[in-house]
Design a protein around this ligand. Structure first.
Ligand code: TRP
Length: 453
């Protein structure tokens, strides 16, 4: 038996539609832009291993919990948590978990849009043949020149934010489903092509060695925290995005199966991106710890020298923008669905105002790379701070609370009903992992990072 609540905002047309939307949310800049550069900054293999363990032990079980809560509540995350807390006779304070997600969402979207703007601008650079035959120095200089121009960054940031608002205003179901259906496979094909290029032209073995040979001396508490934070970020967990998407899910879809599919696709894309990029990094004598510019400094070199590179490169950045787009709309969906159901705001207006708010905050990130690069708190620029706070603190904290709610506060019968898979071994396994492993894992990693453990 499942609940009879209906979502005000509509439902996914099929199980496949949900898988596509959730994969669209999960696969984004996190996989292709962020994963390689943070793996590079944190020494490679050991970091990647911790990330993979976090996906398995924390990410997948918490994702099941988050989708399950969303489907049971059938409302925006804030109201879902309020309703579920009432159902379970728990404290009304649980709705603040929804609010934590709203704040995290604004911060994430604010810088996400700026980075997606970089990718937008690279579509045109690549298409114009800027990188054809270009040297490493030239490619690096191109990137620095983009970052040094607040005007160009704001322009691209504005365009991307506008694109996001348009889709969110129309409702996430229409349009999005079709887009993801064709673009995700296309992205997979082009990444495989790039890996093929890396095998032929790059230092492939050194790339593999860097990504998969763990050297635990490179791992400190902070690196472990970043790996866990990224597991949340890349799966879109811990702030209500998956909860909102789960609230549009039909009662008969298996949450466990769909979660595995989404997590597997997400992980595959990240590892492929790593395998495409690191062989080039080593072959070109670049530094793996080049930071947020890593893919923008390496891939154009490949596009500049491979046959058909202009076309392949342009297509790559187009697909990267699409991947970012389908992620961005999920970041703001919790806020918009809340404004629609609670305040009776028209969906278009809700999208417009939340997009504008995130756009303004995004200026902080724009200036982090040029005129405001000297403005730091604890040695971090606005961008570094927004990224660190959201990925490494707010999302894991949100995930912790989701796990605690699902496995300690909720009656077991409620989650058994909602998963609709009976009280079998698979359910027990999920239950014990979410009750003990996931929250304890998060807690231990937090304590270790601040030096208390
Ligand atoms: N997962 C996306 C990526 O890897 C980003 C994203 C979308 C996200 N929705 C989210 C991150 C919600 C955190 C929370 O690019």
């Amino acid at each position: 038996m499942t609940t009879s609540r209906m979502s005000l905002h509509g439902q996914w047309s099929s199980r496949l539609a949900f898988i596509l939307a959730a994969t669209g949310s999960a696969v984004g800049l996190g996989n292709i832009w962020k994963f390689p550069y943070i793996a590079g900054e944190n020494g490679g293999g050991a970091f990647v291993l911790v990330y993979l363990v976090c996906i398995a032990v924390i990410g997948i079980p918490v994702m099941m919990a988050e989708i399950m809560l969303g489907r049971r509540g059938r409302q925006s995350p804030i109201n879902t948590m309020r309703t579920l807390a009432m159902d379970e006779r728990a404290s009304g304070l649980w709705r603040y978990m929804g609010w934590l997600g709203v704040v995290a969402g604004f911060l994430i979207l604010s810088y996400y849009s700026v980075i997606a703007g970089w990718a937008l601008s690279y579509i045109f650079k690549t298409a114009q043949g800027t990188f054809t035959g270009a040297s490493t120095q030239f490619v690096t200089a191109q990137f620095s020149s983009l970052l040094s121009s607040p005007v160009r960054l704001v322009a691209w940031h504005s365009i991307f934010m506008f694109m996001t608002m348009v889709v969110v205003a129309r409702g996430v179901q229409s349009g999005l489903e079709q887009a993801v259906r064709y673009l995700m496979p296309a992205l997979g094909v082009i990444l495989l092509t790039l890996v093929g290029y890396a095998v032929i032209e790059g230092d492939f073995m050194q790339g593999v060695h860097f990504l998969f040979d763990p050297d635990f001396s490179k791992l400190n508490g902070n690196a472990i925290l970043i790996a866990m934070g990224h597991a949340f970020f890349t799966l879109s967990l811990g702030m209500g995005a998956m909860m909102a998407y789960g609230s549009y899910l039909s009662a008969h879809t298996s949450i466990a199966k769909t979660t595995f599919i989404v997590a597997a696709a997400d992980t595959a894309v990240a590892l492929l991106a790593g395998l495409a990029i690191f062989p080039l990094v080593f072959a070109e004598g670049l530094q793996p710890d080049a930071g947020p510019g890593l893919i923008f400094k390496t891939l154009p070199i490949a596009f500049g020298s491979m046959p058909g590179g202009e076309e392949i490169g342009t297509l790559f950045f187009v697909l990267l923008v699409f991947a970012a787009w389908t992620s961005a709309i999920s970041i703001i969906e919790p806020v918009v669905s809340y404004l629609v159901e609670q305040r009776g705001v028209h969906r278009g207006r809700a999208a417009l105002w939340s997009g504008l708010a995130a756009w303004v905050v995004g200026l902080g990130t724009v200036f982090s790379f040029n005129i405001g690069s000297g403005v730091t708190v604890l040695g971090k620029t606005f961008f570094d701070l927004a990224d660190y706070l959201t990925s490494n603190i707010m999302l894991p904290l949100g995930g912790f609370l989701i796990a605690v709610f699902a496995a300690w506060i909720m009656r077991e019968q409620s989650s058994i009903d909602e998963f609709d898979m009976g009280d079998r071994f698979a359910y027990r396994l999920w239950f014990y992992i979410v009750r003990y492993f996931s929250p304890l894992g998060i807690l231990i990693i937090f304590l270790h990072a601040i030096g208390l453990l």
